[in-house]
Design a protein around this ligand. Structure first.
Ligand code: SIN
Ligand code: FE2
Length: 212
C-alpha cells in the first residue's frame, strides 16, 4: 500500500477536543507545496534562537501579516522578517482557503488567520511540549497541516504534566484545536527516519493562527 497517498479522509474528535482530519489537505498538497516554495524563496527557513540561548532544531519561517519570531529576549509576533526587515510574504490563497475549510469542518466558523508559521523538521528533530500562547485572540482555533514524512504528535491538557495522547500525522493530515483546548500542551516527538516521494526526508508543518 502507498502509505502517503492512499488515505481515506476520516474525521475524529478526541476527548481533549482535538479534531483530527485525516488526509484533509491531500488533494491540495501539490498547490500548497508550490506556494510554499514561493514563500521560502522570499523568507527562507532558518533556526530561531531560543531564550535559553541555543538555536531551535526545527527551522521556521512565516507568511501572513504577522510572523512568529524568537530571539534571546523571548518569543512573539512581528510584522517584519527580522532577517530581511521586510514584511513577511503574503499568505497564499491556497493556504488561507485550506485553513478556513479545515476550521469550519472542525466546527470553528469564521476563522481568519493572519499568521502561518512554517516548521521544517529533519530526521532526529522534535518540538517539546508547549502551548501556543503568543497570540492575542484565544477565541480562534489553531489549524495545523502536516506534509512530508510522518511524525508523532502529542496533545495533552492544560497542565504540562497531563498525559498526552499520541497521533501519527501523515502527509496531508490536519489537526484543529480551539475553544476549551486552545491552550493545551502539544508537541512533536523525535522524527524517525523515513522518506517521502516529494519532500524526501523532511516534514513540513503549517500552523495557522489569528495572532493579532
Ligand atoms: C507547533 O506546535 O508549532 C508545531 C506542531 C507540528 O509541527 O505539528
Ligand atoms: Fe504549537
Amino acid at each position: 500500500m502507498d502509505l502517503f497517498s492512499n488515505v481515506e479522509p476520516t474525521h475524529q474528535t478526541y476527548a481533549t477536543g482535538l479534531v483530527y482530519l485525516r488526509g484533509f489537505a491531500l488533494n491540495n498538497a501539490p498547490t500548497l507545496l508550490a506556494d510554499l516554495n514561493q514563500v521560502i524563496a522570499v523568507a527562507p527557513l532558518r533556526s530561531m534562537m531560543t531564550p535559553m540561548g541555543y538555536p531551535m532544531s526545527v527551522a521556521t519561517t512565516s507568511c501572513g501579516s504577522l510572523g512568529w519570531v524568537g530571539d534571546a529576549k523571548g518569543y512573539g509576533y512581528s510584522h517584519v522578517d527580522p532577517q530581511s526587515l521586510l514584511p513577511w510574504p503574503a499568505m497564499p490563497e491556497s493556504f488561507l482557503q485550506l485553513a478556513e475549510n479545515a476550521a469550519e469542518t472542525a466546527g470553528f466558523k469564521d476563522f481568519c488567520p493572519d499568521a502561518c508559521l512554517i516548521n521544517q523538521y529533519h530526521i532526529g528533530t522534535k518540538m517539546g511540549l508547549h502551548r501556543d500562547k503568543d497570540e492575542r485572540d484565544f477565541t480562534q482555533p489553531i489549524v495545523s497541516v502536516s506534509l512530508g514524512i510522518p511524525a508523532r504528535f502529542q496533545f495533552g491538557g492544560n497542565k504540562r504534566s497531563d498525559k498526552p495522547i499520541q497521533i501519527l500525522l501523515n502527509h496531508g493530515d490536519v489537526v484543529v484545536w480551539g475553544g476549551a483546548s486552545r491552550m493545551y500542551y502539544h508537541g512533536i516527538m523525535t522524527v524517525q527516519a523515513n522518506t517521502h516521494p516529494i519532500l524526501g526526508n523532511k516534514r513540513i508543518n503549517l500552523t495557522f493562527r489569528k495572532a493579532g
